[in-house]
Design a protein around this ligand. Structure first.
Ligand code: EPU
Length: 429
């Protein structure tokens, strides 16, 4: 069993470089199936979700070759089908992009139903609606999603019932080779959607409007390989910003796109940190007290749900009552019980959390109940005196590239340890 151990109470100070964005990387990696050629993808974060994506690509016959620390060459010409076993698919959310990619290239797909972090119900009805509109016969059962067209994907007009990142991405990928124009309305506008569209356009696709709520995909006959670098991860950057603010520190955070951070910068700034923006970096300093605030999570460009747990830590440290209204995930507040172990006073009523801040957080043994919850535990551990131990580190490693060494380089006393299984048993008897 692996644990992260933090001896907190040190203000972070120094420079940290942000890695490529997880949620863009996984979309682009699976989209290479539709490309049917050789692509070189750069600025990939070293995280377990990327390793798993490459494993899934290899399992369907793609050839992968690591060409640098953060680059991989992917040859999908040898892929013959994309039947992805349930056991592999369920380990991550984005495996369902293989359905879109496979429909585009082969006209059919059979993929194990996706897993990912547990936020309560994570429906896929909008994906199914889009695949059906694109001419597929879709059945869900036996742990699998089976989609089959007769003669390939046909173009369609699709209006999503809710703003969904995953279904927007899947529909773009699925329709990229259709014979005609597909229009997505009420599309998600997240930067990773723009990144995916840019990648496919580099490969010869004709996609316009990505980043707005109407996206048009004019099908092309074929795609070709390209070299493409993934955009920086705005949630990783936001997490470091929250860590700097929580510890009363100062961080120069490079390899970011400041525009993507606007909602996060505005909120953390409002809570008392000073933020300076440069072309591809931000500097964050927190000298005075943290101030209470309220936040509502929203699709981009609103405040991201994937920063909900991290901002909660800042609110627990700020004097006064703050509120977080979560509008995306029913089960987002699972981290609250862990933060309470550290002394945070938080009441949750459905999708609203009320945080009575200003009481000192205390070190404790806690769990990373999901990826961003784990990030919040790290921030809380850095901000309080004494030793915090965090279990279930594998969740954190799904989406944060070398977080322990990056934090150590800016002064944190943090390490990862491996406890042999025998010791685990000894502890539990
Ligand atoms: N929804 C439906 N039906 C669908 C799809 C979504 O009702 O068919 C609802 C969801 O229940 C949710 C909302 O729409 O209430 C948004 O879901 P979305 O499809 O946008 O989420 P996702 O694609 O499953 C991605 C990220 C998540 C991030 C959300 C929201 C990936 C691989 N995952 O999930 O990232 O929380 O968008 O921004 O891109 C993370 O990185 O920690 C993470 C969980």
């Amino acid at each position: 069993m692996e644990k992260i151990i933090i001896d907190g109470g040190v203000a972070l100070d120094g420079k940290v470089e942000i890695s490529g964005m997880k949620n863009a990387a996984v979309a682009v990696l699976f989209a290479t199936i539709a490309v049917n050629d050789v692509c070189v993808i750069e600025n990939l974060p070293q995280i377990s979700d990327v390793k798993l994506s490459l494993e899934i690509l290899r399992s369907v016959g793609a050839r992968t070759h690591i060409t640098g620390k953060n680059a991989v060459e992917i040859d999908t010409r040898s892929v013959k089908n994309t039947v992805v076993p349930f056991e592999l698919a369920r380990k991550m959310r984005a495996s369902y992009y293989l359905v879109g990619a496979s429909l585009a290239r082969f006209g059919s797909a059979k993929v194990g139903l996706p897993g990912g972090c547990d936020f309560g119900s994570r429906p896929i009805d909008q994906h199914v609606k889009a695949f059906e509109a694109l001419g597929a016969n879709v059945t869900v059962g036996g742990g699998c999603l089976d989609a089959c067209t007769f003669g390939g994907v046909r173009p369609a007009n699709i209006f999503f019932d809710c703003v969904t990142v995953g279904a927007t991405i899947n529909t773009i990928i699925a329709s990229v080779l259709a014979d005609g124009m597909t229009v997505i309305e009420n599309a998600a506008k997240e930067p990773h959607i723009v990144d995916l569209a840019n990648f496919l356009n580099y490969c010869g696709a004709n996609i316009t409007g990505a980043g707005t709520d109407v996206i048009k995909i004019k099908g092309v006959e074929r795609l070709h390989g390209c070299n493409y670098a993934i955009i920086p991860d705005m949630i990783e950057a936001g997490t470091f910003m929250a860590a700097a603010a929580a510890t009363g520190g100062r961080l120069y955070i490079s390899n970011v796109i400041p525009k993507h951070l606007e909602a996060i910068s505005a909120k953390i700034g409002e809570m008392g940190a000073e933020i300076e923006e440069y072309d591809d970096a931000v500097m964050i300093t927190r000298r005075g007290k943290l101030l209470r605030s309220n936040v509502k999570t929203l699709p981009y460009p609103g405040f991201p749900t994937d920063m909900n747990p991290q901002i909660a830590v800042l609110m627990a440290l700020a004097d006064g009552v703050s509120q977080i209204s979560e509008t995306i995930w029913d089960g987002r507040f699972r981290y609250v019980e862990e933060l309470r172990r550290m002394g945070a006073r938080i009441k949750v009523d459905g999708k609203l959390a009320v945080i009575e801040g200003g009481y000192p957080l205390t070190h404790a043994n806690v769990r990373a109940v999901d990826l961003r919850a784990g990030a919040a535990m790290i921030i809380a551990g850095l901000a309080c005196d004494g030793r915090t131990e965090i279990d279930e580190v594998h969740y954190i490693e799904r989406g944060y590239d070398n977080i322990v060494s990056k934090l150590r380089s800016v002064g944190a006393r943090i390490k990862k340890i491996n406890i042999p299984d025998d010791d685990d048993r000894a502890l539990t008897v």
